[in-house]
Design a binder for this molecule. Structure first.
Ligand SMILES: [Zn+2]
Length: 362
């Protein structure tokens, strides 16, 4: 099992420049590699695979020496992302891969954690190959020997790192306190206080979009026309499909959470959240959340585990230390001036929810 720790980075201006340059070079490579696949296919009917593109990297570096400024595994990871995008498309889990604009290519990854000694040699710093020793606020302890992957991500005005650490399955199961808080959100389906993020699967988001499109078209069809009847059936069928896929997803996720924990805490559904949700297919998402809570609740009950609902008031505006940390929706990072923690806002909410639950049952 992999756990991801997210820490804030404090790069120097020079490092920021290097990281931005890395992102831009990778973005261009991604787009070029996508184009290469398309041209090969259209003109010669040939499929280009990851291994072929990867083997061309030395040539790329000779022709475009600026790519020598990037760690080779980071470059490989870029091609692998493209490969994944195509594979998901072929498996019908995602749409056709798109060219990446500047605001869509925001992170780079060191897929294999290199020499540990070097990466965390300096206290308070992380060593990123070709970038340098970057100041890092590691507010939590983690097993440095078990780091498997390091990702660097640019947010509007901050840089964060996601450090993936391998944890034995038995370690998590036998942890003395198997408690978890769950924040249901929009940017991801759910964030758990143990730093797990559950995303809505792509195939489901796709199906939901399709359904919305059908509904929109349907509402424009003339009353009592044969076209309208056909379109009604189409909508109904798409709806059934979405409902089934969503149920499967919710069942799977809720089962896993209940299996791994003795106490599960959620917040009472917030009207506020639902209003935020206007842009999305509202009924679908609302139903998703309350359905999820229902599943969690009865599965916990069946397995003799505790399920706690806490009042939702202010869970996204308060810190674990109790200080108020007001933030608008667009602020994704929780930064507390009182205790100094800096973390993803949904993660902090999940922890606040757990904290409230613990104080409720204490
Ligand atoms: Zn605080």
């Amino acid at each position: 099992m992999q756990i991801t720790y997210q820490f804030r980075l404090y790069p120097t201006p020079e490092q920021v420049e290097k990281m931005n340059r890395t992102l831009e070079l990778l973005r261009r490579l991604y787009n070029a590699a996508k184009e290469q696949r398309e041209i090969a296919y259209k003109q010669f009917g040939q499929a280009v695979f990851y291994s072929m593109q990867q083997s061309e990297l030395p040539v790329l570096k000779t022709e475009f020496p600026s790519y020598k400024e990037i760690h080779s595994q980071v470059i490989q990871d870029c091609l692998r992302r493209l490969d994944d995008a195509f594979l998901r498309f072929f498996r019908r889990e995602a749409g056709y891969p798109r060219f990446k604009s500047r605001d869509k290519y925001l992170s780079f990854t060191y897929p294999q954690h290199g020499t540990i000694k070097k990466t965390f040699a300096e206290e308070g710093y992380i060593y990123l190959s070709k970038i340098g020793h970057v100041k890092m606020n590691a507010h939590r302890n983690f097993d440095r020997a078990k780091v498997t992957q390091i990702n660097v991500k640019r947010y509007a005005d901050k840089w964060m790192t996601n450090i993936q650490v391998k944890v034995e399955e038995t370690e998590t199961v036998s942890r003395p306190e198997k408690v978890v808080g769950i924040d249901l959100g929009l940017s991801s389906f759910a964030t758990l206080s143990n730093e797990t993020i559950i995303n809505t699967p792509r195939y489901l988001r796709k199906a939901e979009k399709r359904l919305k499109r059908y509904q929109r078209r349907h509402s424009r069809k003339q009353k009592a026309s044969s076209n309208r009847e056909k379109s009604r059936q189409k909508v109904a069928k798409a709806y059934q499909q979405v409902a089934r896929q969503r149920r499967d997803f919710l069942h799977k996720q809720s089962s896993l959470i209940v299996r791994d924990h003795d106490l599960i805490a959620v917040e009472q559904l917030k009207i506020k959240n639902m209003l935020r949700n206007r842009r999305l297919a509202k009924s679908i998402f609302d139903a998703g959340w309350s359905q999820f809570i229902t599943y969690l609740s009865y599965k916990a009950k069946r397995q003799g585990k505790r399920f706690v609902k806490v009042p939702a008031h202010g869970t996204s505006q308060i810190c674990l230390c109790g200080a108020d940390v007001p933030k608008t929706l667009s602020v994704r990072i929780h930064e507390c001036l009182t205790c100094g923690i800096i973390q993803d806002r949904d993660l902090v909410s999940a922890k606040v929810i757990l904290q409230r639950a613990m104080s409720l049952i204490a």
